[in-house]
Design a protein around this ligand. Structure first.
Ligand code: C2E
Ligand code: CA
Ligand code: CA
Ligand code: CA
Length: 278
């Protein structure tokens, strides 16, 4: 038994060691990803449940690793946030999304593009100027950009975050609170923040019609949105039943596999054409 125990310990230490090495390797690979053109964006349509029109798209980052294949953003974004490289990667995302928005506008499909903004990016001193400069360079009206921020963005330095978001909002950019309800939600910051959209996290939508708690949470967010005059976006809508419930309950916008997975630009264009013909 003793022998076995020691083996277990050795195995455990070895696997921690392996984990650290994996993480270091991931960081090294990540630092090469931009220069080696391994990133691309996919776009997920956002649908107005009343008009059944695509009103915009959320840009989502994809990393095609040369040997590991597609690495999910949930695996590398936290790494990029902790070593600060998210600042450079995030700027690339914004550039790319603006370039795409300009292209779509030039072919007669002006869409609102939603871009995820990390809390680390929001803490950068030059972030407001960087964003406005990027819009200008691509000739994108500020009203066509939406920034998705999470509740954690407000926690580290509330006053500073409020001020920056106000500057962005005054310029015409809209702000959405992503993953609403999963973080340290506080009604105080909703009052202070120039926020226009709340996104119900997909964890509440998945079992929306089976789990009574999830139903109540979704209802509460929809009601909160109505009383604060914010539009509510449900993410992770996968079934017709979920869509029906949400639209009956007064949720205005939705995105999810039920409509479409996030798509490369060409396929996104084809999707819109088909969706609007239906
Ligand atoms: P998020 O911003 O909450 O994005 C929603 C996630 O749900 C996306 O995962 C999307 O592909 C997925 N999704 C959409 N519809 C459905 C559905 O019907 N069912 C299910 N099960 N999932 C659905 P993804 O693309 O893997 O991104 C994960 C997270 O990574 C994002 O969560 C966001 O926090 C982060 N992320 C992605 N791209 C960027 C980026 O450019 N910058 C930053 N800072 N974060 C990003
Ligand atoms: Ca998002
Ligand atoms: Ca989410
Ligand atoms: Ca998220």
């Amino acid at each position: 038994a003793k022998q076995g125990g020691q083996n277990h310990l050795q195995f455990y230490v070895a696997s921690i060691d392996q984990e650290i090495r994996n993480r270091k390797q991931l960081e090294r690979d990540l630092s090469q990803a931009l220069t080696n053109h391994q990133f691309h964006l996919v776009y997920q349509p956002q649908i107005n449940l009343e008009s059944k029109r695509v009103i915009g798209a959320e840009a989502l980052l994809r990393w095609e690793h040369p040997t590991r294949g597609l690495v999910p953003p949930d695996d590398f974004i936290p790494v990029a946030e902790s070593n600060g490289s998210i600042v450079e990667i995030g700027q690339w995302v914004l550039e790319q999304a603006c370039w795409q928005a300009a292209r779509w506008a030039s072919v007669g499909t002006p869409l609102r593009i939603a871009v995820n903004l990390s809390a680390v990016q929001l803490r950068q001193e030059t972030i407001v100027d960087d964003i406005l400069e990027t819009l200008e360079r691509h000739n994108i009206p500020a009203g066509r950009l939406e920034l998705e921020v999470t509740e954690t963005s407000f926690m580290t330095n509330l006053a500073e975050a409020v001020e920056k978001l106000h500057q962005l909002h005054r310029a015409g950019i809209s702000i959405a609170v992503d993953d609403f309800g999963t973080g340290y939600s506080s009604l105080t910051y909703l009052k202070q923040m120039p926020v226009q959209h709340l996104k119900i996290d997909k964890q509440f939508i998945r079992d929306l019609l089976v789990n009574e708690e999830d139903t109540r949470i979704a209802n509460t967010i929809i009601d909160l949105g109505r009383s604060l005059n914010l539009s509510v976006v449900a993410e992770g809508v996968e079934t017709a039943e979920q869509e029906y419930y949400l639209s009956q309950r007064g949720c205005q916008l939705a995105q999810g596999y039920y409509f479409s997975k996030p798509l490369p630009p060409r396929e996104f264009e084809a999707f819109i054409t088909h969706f609007h013909e239906k």
